[in-house]
Ligand binder design. Structure first.
Ligand code: NAP
Ligand code: MG
Length: 495
């Protein structure tokens, strides 16, 4: 597959090489299989990507294994690995616009958001480059006849399986720490969004990453992803995606070689709004927390628990704001919301809205796809939702807010309702009573809690779930620990 370009609204976008990337070379699948890649803004097929079958995953694993065992990466000084990651970060910045165009083309997010995502990718790779040399062990106070130290060693070959909502950023969150720690990797992008990571593969060569350190196998989850999860020579799999797939991956890991697993899964995050909150700030946050990225955010604040006293005016303002949101062609300036990623996702989201209406929720705005080409679904507000409805229990992963009213003065019952979910990724509380905010914050069962703010991220701040939102942490120094294992080394110190 030679390089091609596509033209969208008179913008020429150069596509990356859409083959697999194995051992530093682009290569078709041995079977010659491919799958179509679509632009969700027009429903057109824009490319065909090579489709990795199990034998191709085997090839990628061999390349990664060989690179790992050669020591060219795993035994290089952490400083050198860090330097190469920083070079890759520089190249991402240099190719900011082409990468962002690919991200919008593949995922449908507004181009301005894609630019922000790609900047974050560069920051992430640079951060892990910088902290690579802080991976340290300890010396332990054992008996005087011995010296005992711990070493933090890479696992070996890591399989990274990622979703389509922030394609390159989710890749960077895993590539950064995995590579900084000295592992070699095989990355499977989501079938909907392979383009930007393939471009990153080109850049990784230019940055000087040795062949086999970073490999890409495009393909569908049930074939390519499953081959990674069950591969006998992969040491660790790091996954971001749905809880259902996370369970399959854990099973496959258990049934194959007990590879280590870390899972960043779905969410059904509550936002609790009290009458004494700074309501303007809360409105901005609640709005962005459910409608940014077309609502395809794992930690979206999808259940708004609003106190009876302020619910009506608050929801009225929010609904007006939703109605004025500019939805349309993601490459156009001023567009705030693009299409959902796929027809499948559109149907799923709409199905949840319909089920909510049937179960008694009241639709305030949205609720129908836009009458045009592309998978456009407007910001949707559902009122009179109860926490037992399907819409409040299952992850929608789209621009749909559920409003649940409360008027209880017993704090513990609202905390119980917020925690009454299988998920535990994130939660937010809005009240100016800090004693109350902290009381609730400490009792919410979620991996990330925001008090009087929401959707806050930083490279230094760990991110991940409680309960069925998964385990293990992305970001921060914690992520380095996800890609290293501890060796205890004893030495005799007696002549
Ligand atoms: P998904 O269906 O679970 O897919 C995620 C990835 O897993 C894709 O690359 C997919 O490949 C692959 N996959 C599917 N079946 C597989 C299998 N049997 N074995 C191995 N891999 C398999 O999730 P999605 O619909 O793409 O993404 C949305 C979900 O991701 C939401 O639930 C969201 O909450 C979650 N998410 C979580 C976070 C977080 O940090 N916690 C971040 C972003 C998204 P194909 O795409 O080719 O099928
Ligand atoms: Mg696509």
């Amino acid at each position: 597959m030679a390089k091609q370009s596509v033209s969208i609204n008179n913008i020429d976008i150069e596509l990356p090489n859409c083959n697999l990337f194995i051992g530093g070379e682009f290569t078709p699948a041995l079977s010659g299989a491919t799958f179509p890649v679509e632009y969700p803004g027009s429903e057109e097929t824009i490319a065909h990507a090579a489709y990795a079958q199990p034998e191709d995953v085997d090839r990628a694993v061999s390349a990664a294994r060989q690179a790992f065992e050669s020591g060219i990466w795993s035994r290089a000084s952490a400083h050198k690995r860090g330097y190469l990651l920083s070079r890759l970060a520089d190249l991402v910045e240099k190719h900011l616009e082409p990468l962002a165009r690919l991200e919008t083309l593949d995922n449908g997010k507004p181009y301005s958001s894609a630019l922000g995502d790609i900047r974050s990718v560069a920051f992430c790779l640079r951060y892990y480059g910088q902290i690579a040399s802080t991976i340290e062990g300890e010396s332990l106070p054992v008996n005087d006849d011995h010296l005992c130290v711990t070493l933090r060693e890479p696992y070996g070959v890591c399989g990274l399986i990622i979703p389509w909502n922030y394609p390159l950023l989710m890749a960077a969150w895993k590539l950064g720490p995995a590579l900084a720690a000295g592992n070699t990797v095989i990355l499977k992008p989501a079938e909907q969004t392979p383009l930007s990571v393939l471009k990153l593969a080109e850049l990784s060569r230019e940055a000087g990453l040795p062949p086999g350190v970073f490999n890409i196998v495009n393909g569908y989850g049930e074939v390519t992803g499953a081959a990674i999860a069950s591969h006998p020579d992969i040491d660790k799999v790091a996954f971001t995606g749905s809880t259902a797939t996370g369970k399959l991956i854990m099973q496959a890991a258990a049934q194959s070689n007990l590879k280590r697993v870390s899972l960043e899964l779905g969410g059904k995050s509550p936002v609790i709004l009290f009458p004494d909150a700074k309501l303007d700030t809360a409105l901005e946050d609640v709005f962005g927390g459910i409608y940014d990225n077309q609502g395809q955010i794992c930690c979206a604040g999808s259940r708004l628990f609003a106190h009876k006293k302020i619910k009506e005016p608050f929801v009225e303002q929010l609904t007006a704001r939703a109605q004025s949101r500019v939805v349309g062609d993601p490459f156009e300036e001023g567009i705030e919301q693009g299409p959902l990623v796929s027809s499948e996702q559109l149907e799923r989201v709409h199905g949840y809205v319909e089920s909510a209406k049937q179960q008694g929720a009241r639709l305030l705005t949205g609720g129908e796809r836009l009458n045009r080409k592309g998978y456009f679904y407007p910001p949707t507000v559902l009122d009179q939702v109860s926490n037992s409805m399907t819409i409040a229990r299952e992850e929608v992963f789209g621009p749909v807010l559920s409003v649940i009213e409360f008027d209880d003065h017993a704090l513990d019952s609202i905390i119980a309702a917020a925690n009454d979910t299988d998920y535990g990724l994130a939660a937010a509380v809005y009240t100016q009573d800090m004693d109350r905010a902290l009381y609730i914050g400490k009792r919410l069962k979620a991996g990330v809690v925001w008090l009087n703010c929401s959707q806050k991220f930083d490279l230094v701040a760990p991110f991940g779930g409680y309960k069925q939102s998964g385990f293990g942490r992305d970001l921060g120094r914690h992520a380095l620990h996800e890609y290293t294992q501890i060796k205890t080394l004893w030495m005799r110190a007696k002549p």
